[in-house]
Design a protein around this ligand. Structure first.
Ligand code: ATP
Ligand code: MG
Length: 342
């Protein structure tokens, strides 16, 4: 079967990068695949979180999924900590992955910063938990932003090493030649890596201290207008062809955002705005962003106001996810040679 899994951390303000790189793309996969969308709360605690804030943010990410058009009846929406298989399989993968593999992960280096001795062990083994999230459902496709490419390669390496190390047992237990699929990342579209509005070399991120660096899904028209108007650009007018965006990261970023929000290719956007000054293009971008994000923000507010509804969606989704994850854990225990009740 073809199954999609993806997750978003409840770590702060959801922004345009999360939307264009991930959540908007979740919606489009629902007709073609069986989809599992997860609020990865156990990933969130790899860095300090305030418990009450975390609760609020879990509901907010869930509300964003629903407000953007994820259907929790046809598909599965839940929070990670309610399904114990994620943590159990992550432990197994801690014993499959090699120190050298994790040492190469750039996200850890960025998030740990200079004081690496003081980073949590969980932040270091984060990619093993991510591999477990995906593989506990034996998912085949994973829609993510470009920043997750390296973790997706690690996920495939883990699946492959498990399949190789236990090939004999996998066959003996009747699972054929391999147990875990090599999950494919779906990194597509003109906004696979949305950059900070203040610095075209940094990705737009929840953790950037400057709120002017990102457009939040919850921003109203005034905030969006201010942030876009202040967004860093160069002094040249927009080029009329895509090749003209080379070495102009800020221009490239804004054109990519416009293209993704309007469902057009960058070349198509430039055929309209090529030769225009940024002031004109930015006005159009504000209008487009407000028209697109306004309804999402108000629907999120409406949903978050009814916490009971959100929580019931998560419990229902977790109950359905658990059935799938438990089956994988029984298989994995048999493959490893553990003893379990039958
Ligand atoms: P954090 O700083 O806490 O890691 P984040 O903004 O990176 O937050 P995540 O929850 O880690 O958000 O990622 C959720 C999804 O959003 C992932 O698929 C990730 O690849 C995608 N994503 C995050 N930032 C961007 C971005 N700037 N452009 C495109 N996709 C992004
Ligand atoms: Mg991230």
């Amino acid at each position: 079967g073809q199954r999609v899994f993806s997750g978003v951390q409840p770590t702060g303000n959801l922004h345009l990068g999360n939307y264009l790189g991930a959540i908007q793309r979740f919606v489009g996969l629902q007709d073609q695949y069986e989809c599992i969308y997860c609020v990865v709360d156990m990933h969130a605690i790899t860095v300090p979180q305030k418990p009450q804030e975390l609760t609020r943010q879990i509901r907010e990410v869930t509300a964003a999924f629903l407000a953007c058009g994820v259907d929790p009846r046809r598909h599965i929406v839940f929070n990670q900590s309610q399904v114990s298989g994620h943590a159990e399989l992550a432990w197994v993968f801690n014993c499959v992955a090699r120190m050298g593999w994790l040492n190469r992960m750039t996200q850890f280096k960025e998030k740990a910063g200079k004081d690496r001795e003081n980073a949590s062990v969980g932040l270091f083994t984060y990619p093993d938990l991510m591999a477990a999230d995906i593989l506990v459902y034996r998912a085949t496709h994973v829609p993510v932003g470009e920043d997750q490419k390296q973790h997706m390669e690690l996920t495939r390496d883990i699946a492959q090493k498990f399949n190789n190390d236990f090939a004999e047992s996998i066959a003996r237990n009747g699972f054929g030649e391999t147990y875990f699929p090599l999950a494919e990342p779906l990194i597509q579209g003109p906004a696979r890596r949305v950059m900070s509005l203040r610095d075209g070399a940094k990705k737009m991120s929840k953790s950037d201290p400057s709120d002017y660096s990102r457009i939040n899904l919850s921003d109203g028209p005034d905030a969006i207008a201010q942030k876009v108007r202040k967004a860093k650009t160069d002094a040249e007018p927009l080029p009329s062809e895509e090749a003209g965006l080379a070495n102009r990261p800020e221009a490239d970023n804004l054109v990519g955002i416009y293209a993704a929000l309007s469902g057009r290719a960058k070349a198509d956007v430039l055929s309209e705005f090529g030769g225009s000054q940024f002031s004109i293009f930015k006005t159009a971008l504000v209008d487009l962003s407000v028209a697109h994000l306004g309804p999402i923000g108000s629907e999120m507010q409406r949903l978050v106001a009814d916490g009971h509804y959100i929580d019931s969606v998560l419990v229902d989704g977790a109950n359905r996810a658990r059935v799938l994850a438990d089956q994988t854990m029984r298989d994995v225990k048999d493959i490893l040679g553990f003893i379990r009740a039958r």
